[in-house]
Every structure is written in structure tokens, then in C-alpha cells.
Design a protein around this ligand. Structure first.
Ligand SMILES: [Cu+2]
Length: 132
């Protein structure tokens, strides 16, 4: 019985991971809608840049705002320490200073989190991305 439960948990975990990969795959496409769009991705050309600066242990703002349906290059700059950025809903994962990703997002509120276990203040490293 117990083994069964564990197997189910693993299966669930794998599903979640697969879903996450699928989401991030179409995240760069921005509209996140149909598979047709995802298969004919044209590289986005950034019209704006959003720089998110990280230090021990905070981002330089608690809230960032970018325009909706507009290609924006999100760039991480580590002023101090080694931090990363994950914006799950947007399929963004940046693990090194000066790395960046161009996204085009629908209006909404997205959670920004540090994705590198960076020390005692790691869990405080959250911010909000407002797309409007
Ligand atoms: Cu961290």
C-alpha cells in the first residue's frame, strides 16, 4: 500500500515537471496559447529592458512594471552575492548575473523569486512583476 502511494507521488512529481517544461517552452512565445504558435517561434526583438538588481538579500524593488504584449528583455544583475530569478508563470529562469531573457507577456501579476539558495535571507527574496 505504502509503496503505491510513493509511486503515485513520484508520478505526480514527474507530471508537474513535464508541465513546467511545457509551460516554459511556450513561455517565450508570450501568448502561451496554442501549439501552432509555439511551433513557429520567431525570435523576439526586445523593445524595452527591465533590469532587476539583486543583493543580499533583496531585489532593488518590491514591484516591477512592464507593458503587456511587448517584448521586454528581463535582465538580472547581481550587485552583491549570487542570486537568480525565477518567474514561473513567465517561463523565466536566470541563474547568473547579466543573463537575460526576452519575454512578451499577457497582462497580469507574476511572482519573482530567487532560485538560488543564497543564504539566510533567501526566502525573503521575492518581488512582484506587474504586466499592464
Ligand atoms: Cu536566494
Amino acid at each position: 500500500m505504502e509503496g503505491n502511494v510513493i509511486h503515485r507521488k513520484i508520478a505526480l512529481l514527474l507530471c508537474t515537471l513535464a508541465l513546467g517544461a511545457a509551460l516554459s517552452a511556450c513561455g517565450s512565445n508570450g501568448n502561451g496559447g496554442s501549439n501552432n504558435e509555439a511551433s513557429e517561434q520567431t525570435p523576439l526583438v526586445a523593445e524595452q529592458e527591465l533590469i532587476i538588481k539583486a543583493s543580499n538579500w533583496q531585489f532593488d524593488k518590491t514591484e516591477y512594471t512592464i507593458p503587456k504584449d511587448t517584448p521586454v528583455e528581463i535582465k538580472l544583475v547581481n550587485d552583491e552575492g549570487a542570486h537568480g530569478i525565477e518567474i514561473k508563470k513567465a517561463g523565466v529562469k536566470l541563474n547568473a548575473s547579466k543573463s537575460s531573457k526576452i519575454v512578451q507577456l499577457e497582462a497580469g501579476t507574476y511572482e519573482i523569486k530567487c532560485n538560488i539558495v543564497c543564504g539566510t535571507g533567501h526566502l525573503n527574496m521575492t518581488a512582484t512583476l506587474v504586466v499592464a
